[in-house]
Ligand binder design. Sequence first.
Ligand SMILES: N[C@@H](CCC(=O)N[C@@H](CS)C(=O)NCC(=O)O)C(=O)O
Length: 212
Amino acid sequence: MQLYTFFRSSAAFRLRIALNHKGLDYEPIPVSLPRMEHREPDYAAVNPQRLVPALVDGPHTLIQSVAAMEYLEETYPEPPLLPAGAIDRAYVRAITQIIACDIHPLNNVRVLIYLKDQLGHEEATRNRWYAHWIAEGFTALEGLLQGHGKAGRFCHGDAVSMADVCLVPQVFNAQRFDCPTDPYPTIMRIFDACQKLEAFAKAAPAAQPDAA
Ligand SMILES: N[C@@H](CCC(=O)N[C@@H](CS)C(=O)NCC(=O)O)C(=O)O
């Protein structure tokens, strides 16, 4: 497999974790966001959305990290990233979607660039925007993790799931933008537990070849 990736892309980080978790080898193909390589026609031919990541498995190119992760789960089911029961799977997918659908898109690079270039907002205002959507999403996540009684060492019990795969990169983003994390003890406890796992450590931004 080949993964079009950028070391600091949290959506690519999700797929790096998922691939490592399942013990699947892949060749990283770096696409630099600061150099706008993702906007080039060559990359648009890979992913018409011109967003990172894209995953190539033989003749298939998969875009959207969560869709690609679901593909990996169906095609390479062991070790799993979803629990067994329908209710538990819905809980894991809800956490996944809070992050992938309701937090991450609001703070994406193109949104921050639009706030700056088209709407003329200063860096301080853009950082307030960023921190606001992290706080809104993390407050909901913390409430869900505490309230449902399903969290264990990880978001769902003691087994890594898609929820953890999405949570960890989002916490990295929050830390990079100096967003407060103290109000979210459960999120941070799970984040720390995940960091101890090789699949997560190997996928971390600083460990990527294009981080240098
Ligand atoms: N929902 C997409 C999001 C992909 C995405 O937004 N990737 C970011 C990096 S984390 C990106 O390529 N941003 C470039 C831009 O906003 O121009 C996914 O999960 O794959």
